[in-house]
Unconditional design. Structure first.
Length: 122
């Protein structure tokens, strides 16, 4: 049976008076470290949207991915993440707000207006 150790390693350990201690190693510096204070401040202000925070620090020069920011925010989140789709009324309000003031085809505008009226938003 092989253990995956080199013969020299086995000889070295066998001849040692005490079992050789492994050197301690921990997590190294993170790309996120220079931005931690900023992120913590923004989270304290109530912003817990990781993508928004990632965009903010990316503009400041952060070279890492959004995944690191997601992990950071998830560890410090103060309220549960809302999952699933928005209720129909909220989706209609978002659509109406997004299209407000945009020039779109009259047919589309009429359809949106009719739908908003059906939902009681018009």
């Amino acid at each position: 049976m092989t253990m995956g150790l080199a013969r020299a390693t086995v000889r070295h350990c066998a001849s040692a008076e005490a079992f050789p201690a492994r050197l301690p190693h921990g997590a190294g510096a993170s790309l996120l470290d220079p931005y931690v204070a900023y992120l913590a401040g923004r989270i304290d202000e109530g912003c817990e949207t990781a993508m928004a925070l990632w965009r903010e620090i990316r503009e400041q020069g952060y070279p890492g991915t959004s995944r690191q920011v997601h992990r950071f925010v998830a560890e410090r989140r103060t309220r549960p993440v809302r999952s699933g789709r928005k209720p129909l009324r909220a989706r209609a309000q978002c659509i109406a707000a997004a299209w407000h003031g945009c020039s779109i085809a009259a047919r589309t505008a009429a359809g949106v207006a009719a739908r908003a009226a059906d939902l009681g938003l018009g």
